[in-house]
Write a protein that binds this ligand. Structure first.
Ligand SMILES: NC(=O)c1ccc[n+]([C@@H]2O[C@H](COP(=O)([O-])OP(=O)(O)OC[C@H]3O[C@@H](n4cnc5c(N)ncnc54)[C@H](OP(=O)(O)O)[C@@H]3O)[C@@H](O)[C@H]2O)c1
Length: 178
């Protein structure tokens, strides 16, 4: 029998719950990332990404990150899309959330990062695919933009731990309660 992978979230949001500005930019994160780096850290990213063997990206986020040069090496990447036959660079499989879930199970991955964005986080959440969620809360109120989770039904989480990084960035770890 194929063992289910662990699905994890790892994402940064403003205090008012946005991950990007309305036009999809994440440049607002730059000063906070620089503050963490100045403090000598990486927010735990190096340790986190070392344990990841596959990603789920929404088609929007996927294409944005491709434009940056794809920093995830040859890790498998599953793209959420409603477009039939979607192909692009760094696409292991593409389709709806059930299609991705089945392809991931077949591939036998151990730890899968639900990278986002918010519509993808929502689809994965509703499909019961979050085991762990790490949110970085930035000390800013963005005022609007793309939400961490697009609107939908309520899910309860279990608080695990929290810690502060440089520049007032707060890391909060949750586990799934459903
Ligand atoms: N702050 C952070 O740490 C962080 C992390 C990740 C992403 N982001 C930001 O998040 C923004 C994008 O988030 P987003 O929510 O707008 O988009 P997204 O989740 O990246 O991708 C949305 C696309 O996914 C597909 N999709 C969504 N729900 C679906 C469903 N239920 N079934 C099948 N396909 C589905 C659709 O693709 P098609 O149109 O092809 O059908 C949709 O256009 C970007 O600006 C990115 O920079 C920020």
């Amino acid at each position: 029998m194929t063992k289910r992978p662990t699905y994890v979230g790892y994402i940064a949001m403003s205090l008012d719950g946005f991950i990007a500005t309305p036009d999809g930019s994440v440049e607002w994160l730059d000063p906070f990332n620089e503050a963490v780096a100045t403090d000598g850290g990486d927010g735990g990213y190096g340790d986190f990404i070392a344990g990841i063997d596959a990603l789920i990206t929404g088609r929007t986020t996927h294409e944005q990150v491709l434009g940056w040069g794809w920093p995830y090496g040859d890790r498998a990447n599953y793209v959420l899309t409603r477009q039939p036959g979607y192909t692009n660079d760094h696409v292991t499989a593409a389709g709806d959330i059930d299609t991705l879930k089945d392809a991931i199970a077949q591939a036998g991955h151990k730890k899968v990062w639900v990278m986002g964005g918010g519509k993808t986080q929502r689809a994965a959440l509703d499909a019961g695919m979050f085991d762990e969620l790490r949110v970085f809360v930035m000390p800013t109120i963005l005022g609007g933009g793309r939400p961490l989770f697009s609107p939908g039904r309520q899910h309860n989480l279990t608080y695990v731990s929290s810690r502060e990084h440089g520049g007032g960035m707060l890391q909060i770890d949750y586990a799934n309660k459903d």
